[in-house]
Design a protein around this ligand. Structure first.
Ligand code: AKB
Length: 316
């Protein structure tokens, strides 16, 4: 039986991943690690163990790993792309120094580690259409630079120390539970809230800007399936391209308008977000993930839109 620690358990992905892991492995086997000021609430707090785990503090991580005999760590602590540009040093401290702490604890205590990378690990020099698994990664944002470094550091710990590190490059993640904060792809979540609230949506990303996106259930499934994959089949490790849909603002707007006929959208392009978006791929080639561990998404834009609108209507 696995004993799992989720670091960053109250964030956008962590809050849902922790509950999904508890469903699969048992409530008492999944510890929700959070930082002060981001305490777990509701089901996340009630359904299993919770501990303060600051990724920048190796001793605290080690104490929790020992206390619960942790064998698998999902390390989700990171600043998203836009906020990382205003706090580059903090982004590095959490993303890179934090991962180093996690990897050291994993090395000493035999834990497997999942640390997500992102489409942000690519840059303007990367082929933008059907971006290959192995290609140029020269990002110019601190988010991207820290993500490429986490990929390399994770591979280093695998080859040098045999730590079982695995990762995917997440696209923009769309969910109806915990909102993202400070990302370039956040508009694709915000647009659904505006539609359900009956508000006009002001889009910060320009018409025609393609970015890869994914619905949360597929993202959770990707992380868990990769960690359960047969290691002998893995040619790659850190980190796999995964993809399910790629769209521009006008396409997601049209998909929502089909179900909310009165919905309106205008553009007020945010220069920083737009420049980051322009440097990211339009679409990813995820053949390696499909071949090496059977990755297959369930949702496309239409099925995600139906589910998002239904869930948000019930919630709001
Ligand atoms: C962001 O926009 O920063 C993230 C990402 C794609 O990594 N959602």
């Amino acid at each position: 039986m696995k004993n799992i620690l989720v670091i960053g358990a109250t964030g956008q992905i962590g809050s849902e991943l922790t509950l999904e892991l508890r469903k699969r492995y048992g409530n008492t086997h999944v510890v929700a690690g959070y930082i002060q000021g981001a305490e777990p609430k509701g089901e996340l707090k009630e359904s299993g163990p919770t501990e303060i785990v600051d990724v920048t503090d190796q001793e605290v991580i080690e104490a929790v790993v020992k206390k619960y005999q942790i064998d698998t760590i999902y390390n989700l602590a990171a600043l998203l792309s836009v906020v990382a540009e205003s706090k580059p040093k903090l982004a590095w401290k959490i993303g890179v120094d934090g991962l180093w702490n996690v990897l050291e604890v994993a090395r000493m205590h035999g834990c497997a580690v999942f640390t997500p990378s992102s489409i942000g690990s690519f840059g303007t020099d990367t082929p933008h259409t059907q971006t290959p698994q192995d290609t140029i990664q020269r990002p110019r944002t601190m988010y991207g630079i820290s993500k490429v470094t986490t990929e390399l550091l994770s591979d280093y710990y695998y080859t040098k120390y045999g730590v079982d590190t695995r990762a995917v490059r997440f696209p923009g993640i769309i969910s109806n539970v915990t909102p993202p904060g400070g990302g370039t792809t956040d508009y694709a979540v915000d647009i659904y809230y505006s539609a359900v609230k009956g508000e006009k949506f002001v889009c910060p990303i320009g018409e025609g800007t393609l970015m890869d996106m994914m619905y949360m259930p597929d993202a959770l499934n990707a992380a868990i399936s990769l960690m359960e994959a047969d290691p002998t089949k893995l040619v790659h490790r850190n980190a796999f391209n995964i993809a399910s849909m790629s769209f521009a603002p006008e396409t997601i707007f049209a998909a929502i308008k089909k179900h909310v006929p009165g919905f309106e959208m205008t553009y007020e392009v945010d220069a920083l977000k737009q420049s980051i978006a322009n440097s990211w791929p339009d679409s990813l080639d995820d053949t390696c993930a499909r071949n090496e561990w059977g990755w297959k998404p369930m949702y496309d834009l239409e099925s995600m839109t139906i589910d998002m609108l239904q869930k948000l209507r019930a919630k709001l």
